[in-house]
Design a protein around this ligand. Structure first.
Ligand code: F6R
Length: 618
């Protein structure tokens, strides 16, 4: 979703801004733009529909000088993708330029008011209204830009991260946020500042990162300390929240793989080891999670767990539910964050609400979490992005530590989330005395073997690529699983549809008879996740039902399987494992199938159409 980059310092801003926008490309966007001010107080603006490279081309041969600048990648919400709607937007006088992530909900009223005051609007965006409002406030009350932004934002309903430039003051950038992420990188001795929607464009320059909090406005001036004020209090300054981040730049590159998605699929053995490091202690037969020890009483006495999440993270939540219920015998509800937040849900003081999010910035998950906190639940975050909004809103939680995920389709974050949920359910069930020592130790031993088993599956990559080619021409597919493999079927279907644009439905296999079976004919590939567990015989009956209607079966099976193999057009074998841990293995071939189908169709795997990596609007 939209990305912001900004720079102020002694260097030329343009190359830094373009490189920063490229680092944010993974978030998904449809147009890009940049505004620069040079020391003669001249502002240059370039905007272009499509890729950042188009923007770069657009600026060739034009003035890109200036050491102060802001830039943006836009993911259209109000108004089609076009160079007119792309950011930055200018104020009526042309003096102010602004980039914005989020949505200004009351933009209609403000626009009407300003139109009555003689303001003109060129774009169909909500953002243009904001820059005009700031100028209106600045001129009406003769304010410095920082204060004008603060007063203008008090009139705004909605979500925003913004950066504003004033042509008359090339030595400052004003930025602010509410429910949309924004971070500031601080150069040595405050000699330069970098601004971005996340730390990725910044970490190559500095590790000192300031995380703005909601409703804070920051005035950034070269060579000076940042001053931060809260919307509610324009007099007192707020202490800056600076952290040192440790992101390895090498981890942000493709490392020889043609796409980030493939790299991230292949990284999973290492990611899962990283995720378990210091937590899973096979030689001591125990799991150590400080998050549990810090909130032992509340967790051990939880009346219920409510998991809130979206998309792939929601699928991980469905697996977490089964594990927590099985190992801890405490009821678990899994909710779409977007529904939960608007339902006036019943939340009790002894509830623990778990938010699962790769980015830590998903607007709906963040809002669901805030609601839970308001109602007194313990807020437990399972997040990848260190220092993100959800991580900071958590009372406690566990980072999945799988490193930055750049491909829009989530892969390693899913297995990281499932790993953390597994560790959590096992450790808590054991502490509660519900889970037997034998089962606890069996799971610990087997978890330690999972990275190696994933490696074995990845060795089948070429075979899966050939198999995937047979799906290229499919228009519809069904994905079926039962028990722990039902959420895996949902996840496999989501992966296929989001990057290959083939319609895919995930279903619990036994539900098929209640509707979807009507879709099955000789043109319908049906992917069954049919590993060797309790429901194996049941799923064989479901496979038979599809065969009876001429459906074509592709199955994920346990190594050495004969029965399903005999019924299927293709099988992909995965190593034997415990039933509860099967998703960590069975999802891998489904990720590879989706990847190879999309590649065979010549599609943009890492940035599929219409999708954003970090969904910061509701
Ligand atoms: C699918 C995918 C999305 C995300 C969802 C939630 O591959 O990536 O469905 O899982 O947008 O995002 P996070 O986990 O960042 O909250």
């Amino acid at each position: 979703m939209c990305g912001i980059v900004g720079y102020i310092g002694a260097r030329e801003a343009f190359p830094i801004l373009i490189e920063g926008l490229k680092r944010l490309e993974y978030r998904g966007y449809d147009s890009a733009g940049v505004a620069l001010i040079n020391s003669d107080h001249e502002m240059s603006i370039y905007k272009e529909k499509g890729k950042v490279s188009n923007l770069e081309q657009r600026a060739v041969g034009h003035d890109t000088s200036g050491s102060t600048g802001i830039a943006h990648t836009r993911w259209a919400t109000h108004g089609e993708p076009s160079s007119v709607n792309a950011h930055p937007h200018l104020s009526e006088s042309g003096r102010l330029a602004l980039v914005h992530n989020g949505i200004i909900e009351n933009y209609g009223n403000i626009k009407e008011y300003l139109t009555g005051k003689g303001y003109h609007f060129k774009s169909s965006t909500d953002t243009e209204v904001l820059v005009q409002l700031i100028e209106f406030v600045q001129q009406r009350f003769h304010l410095e830009l920082g204060l004008a932004v603060l007063y203008a934002l008090r009139r705004v309903v909605g979500a925003y991260a913004i950066a504003v430039l004033d042509r008359e003051h090339p030595d400052e950038i004003i930025c602010a946020r509410k429910s949309s992420p924004l971070v500031v990188g601080i150069g040595e001795n405050n000699s330069e500042y970098f601004l971005a929607s996340d730390a990725l464009p910044i970490v190559g320059y500095t590790k000192h990162i300031l995380y703005l909090n909601d409703e804070e406005v920051a005035v950034i001036r070269c060579g000076k300390e940042i001053t931060i004020k809260n919307l509610a209090n324009s007099r007192d300054q707020v202490a800056p929240n600076v952290h040192d981040v440790d992101i390895d730049l090498d981890k942000l590159e493709k490392g020889g793989y043609p796409h980030y998605m493939l790299k991230e699929i292949f990284e999973q053995p290492r990611c899962i080891s990283d995720c378990m490091r210091g937590r899973l202690m096979p030689s001591e037969h125990r799991i150590v999670l400080s998050a549990i020890h810090l909130h032992r009483d509340r967790l051990l006495n939880a009346g219920r767990f409510i998991i809130v999440a979206c998309g792939t993270s929601w699928h991980a939540g469905l697996i977490g539910k089964q594990m927590i219920e099985q190992f801890c015998q405490v009821p678990v509800e899994v909710e779409y964050a977007s529904e939960f937040r608007y339902r006036n849900p019943v939340i009790r003081q002894d509830d623990v609400v778990i938010a699962i999010s790769q980015s830590g910035e998903t607007a709906d998950t963040l809002a669901a979490f805030a609601l839970a906190k308001e109602k007194g639940a313990l807020c437990f975050g399972i997040v990848n992005s260190v220092g993100s909004s959800i991580a900071r809103a958590s009372d406690t939680g566990i980072y999945i530590h799988v490193g930055p995920e750049i491909g829009v389709a989530s892969t390693k974050a899913f297995t990281g989330q499932v790993t953390v949920l597994t560790l959590f359910a096992l450790a808590l069930g054991h502490e509660m005395g519900v889970l037997s020592q034998k089962l606890y130790e069996e799971h610990i031993e087997e978890l330690a073997r999972i990275p190696e088993k994933i490696k074995q599956i990845l060795e089948h990559n070429d075979y899966i690529r050939d198999l995937a080619r047979t799906l290229t021409y499919a228009r519809n597919t069904l994905y079926m699983g039962r028990g722990m493999n039902y959420p895996v079927a949902l996840e496999g279907a989501l992966k296929l549809k989001e990057i290959s644009y083939i319609h895919a439905e995930g279903y619990p296999a036994a539900e098929m008879k209640h509707g979807p079976i009507a879709l099955v004919d000789e043109n319908m590939p049906v992917v069954f996740v049919a590993t060797h567990h309790r429901l194996y015989k049941k799923i064989i009956s479901n496979i038979q039902e599809v065969i009876a209607r001429n459906g074509r079966i592709i199955a994920i099976v346990t190594e050495g399987d004969q029965e399903v193999k005999a019924l299927s057009s293709f099988v992909i074998e995965i190593p034997e494992t415990l039933e509860t841990l099967a998703p960590l293995l069975s999802v891998i071939p489904l990720q590879l199938i989706a990847y190879h189908v999309a590649v065979a169709k010549g599609l943009n795997v890492d940035q599929p159409r219409n999708l954003a990596k970090s969904v910061t609007v509701e």
